[in-house]
Each structure stands twice: as structure tokens, then as C-alpha cells.
Design a protein around this ligand. Structure first.
Ligand code: PMP
Length: 420
């Protein structure tokens, strides 16, 4: 058989058989890059399987007990006995799923209770639960800002915020990350009569830095017809007296029109939401496509979320311990000579900046072999083309665990040459 005939024989699609490209060809560079990485003998950082999960901070990965430092399980609610029991009860009483949209057969008592818990937690008149935080951003942004309107967003915004813009018809304007000056300048160029939605985040999850919200709000309020949406995915549970988020901690609650959040981090399950005091808020239930055209969360999920949210209202001690953990880890890593995403500990995310992909993967693997799991992040998800090992702390990490984590970083850093 000739080489060409052999290739045709091995091909899976007619396009491959013809030696032509197909819809997957654009991924070839990524496939090759991944293969080259695997060929160096490293484990695939995006194919980790948790064989057993023992607690919010411990799992078994490939037979090894591993400390979890990359879960966003900030408040450690996933194994809270009341939360777990609420889920079991709802499974028994309401079954495994709703099999329908919120606007048809998918609104159960539990969805209402979850929205009531959110209203109590945030002190707002309205709350809407979505099936994920991603969908909450998708739905809120694309529905609020329509044709002729503007969405003004931080350049480092989460993918769900960008995707919400792509789903809608509004004009999109980006401003420099966390720059009130640039935000004000760009708002000043827009038609005064146009309606504008400014989208901010409390905590930016790649580097773990927080937004200067009072300055951002002041920049917005200098211009007419603006509403502000703040994504508190990484701020909920941890910031502010009631754990509402960075906007609460920084004293700008009255200036934020919409707070979007997720149940997949501090709340410890899955789901998303938006809360607001806008009197017409509930009309969104009829017009917001990512709310209307998808199945609602299973009863067990909303029951665990509602229970967790209510417990988070009284979690001051956990918040204090999480801050201690953040300060200890940030201080220890800085002392060892690691370059971090922020100069001071600003949130429960601490990002270690590595030189390049090779160093990042080597460190990530050395840590995993030592028994520590962290998230690896690379461009295009990261700002400024950075390669990061992102650590997210949990209120359930003990002080001893944080010391162990630091020693693991020291050993991996020395072994890979990331620190001297
Ligand atoms: N917003 C931000 C800032 C996030 O980081 C995330 C998830 N990483 C989301 C929204 C989406 O949340 P979910 O996991 O509930 O889809």
C-alpha cells in the first residue's frame, strides 16, 4: 500500500481521507502543544480525577492523599452536616430533578426557599436563581443591555461576562483593569442619553486582586443613565460583615444595582443568582433566555444552597480564620521568594507567577507528587500572558495544613529551580 493509501485507510472522516482540513483543524496547534507537553512525561494538568474526596481540604488522587488548595471551596461548606442532610431530605421528598424550566414545571418550593435565603442574606427585595453562575452573567448582561445600549466591562472580566456580551446586542466597551480613570474616560465618550450597564467584579480570580469599588462607583456616578452590576463570585461568604462580598466590605451597597454570584464557591454546591432592589426586576423571569430555556436546579441542590447560605450569615469566625490562612500563606510564599499576583493578601486566592509553561507545569507536577493540588492557569485565561499556579484557601484548612503547604512549596520550588 502506498503512503497516501495507508493515510486514507487510517482516516476517520472523508475530509481526513482527502487530506483536507475540517472543522477541527483550527485546534491542531493546541493539540500539538498539549502532546509535546505530555511527551516530556508530565501529567495532564487538566485531567485530574479525584478518586475520593474526604473533606473540603483532602482528597485521594491516584492513590495519594492530597491537600486541596485549588477548589474555590472558600468556606468549606461541601461537607457541612446540615447542608448534606438538607440535600438528602430533598432527594427523598422531591426526587432527583425537576426535568423542566423555572417558568414551566421547574419551580419547586425549594427554589423559592433558596431565593428567600438569598434575599435575607443580601437584604434585597428580589433574587433570581439560575442553573449556574455562568448562566447568571450570560442572562443578566444579555437581557439588560440590548440594541442601542452599552456594556462597559473591565478588560480582565471573567469569560461568562464576555460571553454575556456576545449573546446580547449591546455595544461593548472595555476599560483598563481596575482603572477608575479609564472607566470614567470611556463613559464620558458615550452618548449621554444612552443606557449603560457597567460590569465589575469584587475579586478578580486570576490574580486574586480586588476592585477599588468606591473609586469605580464614583467614576460611574459622574455619568448619567448608568447601572452597575457586580459579580461577587469570589467575594461572597468571605468579605464584609455579613459575607455579602467586596461591595459590602467597601461600603458601596447602595450603589450596586445588581449583584451576581455563584453557589459553586463559598456556598459549596452548584448554581448562580442575581439579587437586586430594582422594582421591575421580576420581569426578567419572562425574558431572560438563559433562565427560561434551561432546566432548573435539582431539589437537592437548591436545598443544600439555601441551608449553606443561611449558615454563611453567621460565619464570622470562619471568615476570620480564612483571612488568617490567606495572610499566612501569602507571607510564607513571599518570604521564600515566590512572585505573587498581589503584593499583599487581598482575597482567598493567592496566585504564584511562574516564568513560563515549562516551569509552571514542572512546579504543578512536583506539588502534586508531594501531595498538594493547586490550579494551573495559562493564557488566554490569564492576564498579560502569565503562567500561574493559583491557590485558593479554605476556612477548613488548619494552621498546620497551611504550614505543610508552605513546606511543599519550598520543596517543589527548590526542585524545579523556581526559587533558590
Ligand atoms: N463569575 C466569576 C468571576 C467566576 O470566576 C465564575 C466561575 N469560575 C463564574 C462567574 C461562573 O460561576 P459558575 O461556576 O457557577 O458557572
Amino acid at each position: 500500500m502506498t503512503e497516501a493509501a495507508q493515510t486514507a485507510n487510517d482516516a476517520h472522516t472523508p475530509a481526513e481521507a482527502a487530506g483536507a482540513t475540517d472543522l477541527f483543524s483550527k485546534f491542531d496547534p493546541l493539540i500539538a502543544e498539549r502532546q509535546a507537553l505530555m511527551d516530556t512525561g508530565v501529567r495532564d494538568p487538566f485531567a485530574i480525577v479525584m478518586d475520593e474526596v474526604r473533606s473540603p481540604t483532602l482528597a485521594v488522587i491516584k492513590g495519594k492523599e492530597t491537600i486541596l488548595l485549588g477548589t474555590y471551596n472558600y468556606m468549606g461548606m461541601t461537607f457541612d452536616p446540615d447542608v448534606v442532610q438538607a440535600g438528602k431530605d430533598a432527594l427523598d421528598n422531591f426526587g432527583s430533578g425537576t426535568t423542566g424550566s423555572r417558568v414551566l414545571n421547574g419551580t419547586y418550593q425549594g427554589h423559592k426557599e433558596c431565593e428567600d435565603a438569598l434575599k435575607d442574606f443580601y437584604g434585597t427585595k428580589h433574587a433570581m436563581v439560575f442553573s449556574t453562575g455562568y448562566q447568571a452573567n450570560l442572562g443578566m448582561i444579555s437581557t439588560l443591555a440590548g440594541k442601542g445600549d452599552y456594556v462597559i466591562l473591565d478588560a480582565d472580566s471573567h469569560a461568562s461576562i464576555y460571553d454575556g456580551c456576545f449573546l446580547g446586542d449591546a455595544e461593548i466597551i472595555r476599560f483598563r483593569h481596575n482603572s477608575p480613570e479609564d472607566l470614567g474616560k470611556r463613559l464620558g465618550r458615550l452618548p449621554k442619553e444612552a443606557h449603560k450597564l457597567v460590569v465589575l467584579e469584587g475579586v478578580y480570580s486570576m490574580l486574586g486582586d480586588i476592585a477599588p469599588l468606591p473609586e469605580m462607583v464614583a467614576a460611574v456616578r459622574a455619568h448619567p443613565n448608568c447601572m452597575i452590576l457586580c459579580d461577587e463570585a469570589h467575594g461572597m461568604g468571605f468579605f464584609g460583615e455579613h459575607g455579602r462580598g467586596v461591595f459590602e466590605e467597601q461600603g458601596v451597597s447602595d450603589d450596586i444595582d445588581f449583584v451576581v454570584g455563584t453557589f459553586s464557591k463559598s456556598v459549596g454546591t452548584v448554581g448562580g443568582f442575581c439579587v437586586s432592589n430594582h422594582p421591575k426586576f421580576d420581569v426578567l423571569r419572562l425574558v431572560c433566555r438563559p433562565y427560561v430555556f434551561t432546566a432548573s436546579l435539582p431539589p437537592s441542590v437548591v436545598a443544600t444552597a439555601a441551608t449553606s447560605i443561611r449558615k454563611l450569615m453567621h460565619a464570622g469566625n470562619k471568615r476570620a480564620h480564612l483571612w488568617e490562612n490567606s495572610r499566612r500563606l501569602h507571607g510564607g510564599l513571599t518570604e521564600m521568594g515566590f512572585k505573587l499576583g498581589t503584593e499583599t493578601p487581598q482575597s482567598a486566592i493567592i496566585a504564584v507567577i511562574l516564568e513560563d509553561q515549562t516551569q509552571a507545569v514542572a512546579m504543578w507536577q512536583a506539588l502534586l507528587e508531594g501531595g498538594l493540588y493547586v490550579n494551573m492557569a495559562r493564557p488566554p485565561a490569564t492576564p498579560a500572558g502569565m503562567f500561574l499556579l493559583r491557590c485558593s484557601l479554605c476556612a477548613e484548612h488548619s494552621a498546620e495544613q497551611v504550614e505543610t503547604i508552605l513546606e511543599m512549596f519550598r520543596a517543589a520550588g527548590k526542585a524545579t529551580g523556581a526559587i533558590s
